[in-house]
Design a protein around this ligand. Structure first.
Ligand SMILES: Nc1ncnc2c1ncn2[C@@H]1O[C@H](COP(=O)(O)OP(=O)(O)OP(=O)(O)O)[C@@H](O)[C@H]1O
Ligand SMILES: [Mg+2]
Length: 242
């Protein structure tokens, strides 16, 4: 589904990604972890077509990425909600912008509010929501367009421990139901282990290691010894790179 070959991205003289190779099968999930500045967001932007690589190629669904791809959804760290629009209007906005009619927009928005447990908050402004609620709206705003690839940057980093886990549970459920290909960037080890079928450890603009996570998606995975073993493995790898 996603094939990256020898990708190099630079901002002026600074090289942010080097010799990056990655393949993410359709409907699978990949968590990208690494210390601040290692190039995670840059990788996501390159996948979204928002930064142009110096060299290498990105192919999604058999087509080379050369700009914004409409089937790719992007959820950013700062939520990117429009502060003057209600929750309902924030969800409707991407549909209207793409020419969906009033009836279909209203149906899709209503279904999304229900799916995300936001029915009672439709009339609120983003400033009247908690962090976890804002994150749910941000996810909903992307999913109303039914993307086949979902890119998420630090989905839960601004949230408290419990809300973080609830958002992670939600992302896992949505992935099961909707089967999008997920690339999720995080610096949280537990989040990478919970949401990544494969975990990519990055350092200094390169992928240092790709680790398969065979128990991904198991019921109550967080309570299993295999969850702790995998977390420990990733933690060790991160410290080795530091
Ligand atoms: N717009 C930009 N102009 C110049 N340099 C940039 C720009 N954006 C990022 N960089 C640099 O590229 C490198 C990778 O940045 P990136 O934002 O991808 O890191 P990150 O892994 O997402 O970090 P964090 O965990 O802090 O979000 C860093 O050295 C950063 O300073
Ligand atoms: Mg980042």
């Amino acid at each position: 589904m996603i094939e990256i070959r020898d990708l190099e991205v630079a901002y002026d003289q600074d090289i942010a990604l080097k010799e990056l190779n990655l393949s993410v099968p359709a409907h699978s999930t990949c968590a990208v972890i690494g210390s601040s500045g290692c190039g995670k967001t840059t990788l996501l932007y390159a996948l979204a077509g928002l930064v142009r690589p110096q060299s290498g190629s990105i192919v999604i669904g058999g087509k080379s990425v050369s700009g914004i791809r409409k089937e790719t959804g992007l959820v950013l760290q700062d939520y990117g909600l429009l502060p003057w629009k209600t929750v309902r209007d924030n969800l409707a906005f991407p549909l209207k912008a793409r020419g969906f009619g009033a009836v279909e927009t209203s149906e899709r928005v209503g279904a999304m509010l229900e799916e995300l447990g936001l029915e009672s908050l439709g009339h609120r402004l983003p400033g009247e929501l908690s962090g976890g609620q804002k994150q749910r709206v941000a996810i909903g705003r992307t999913l109303v367009l039914e993307p086949d690839v979902l890119l998420m940057d630090e989905a839960s980093s601004a949230l408290d421990a419990m809300t973080k886990e609830l958002i992670q549970n939600l992302v896992l459920r949505l992935h099961r139901e909707r089967q999008f290909t997920l690339v999720l960037v995080t610096h949280n080890i537990e989040e990478a282990v919970f949401l990544g079928q494969r975990i990519l450890v990055m350092a200094d603009g390169r992928v240092q290691e790709q680790i398969d996570n065979p128990y991904f998606g198991e019921a109550d995975f967080r309570d299993h010894p295999s969850f702790f073993e995998m977390s420990l493995k990733i933690r060790r790898r991160l410290y080795e790179q530091a």
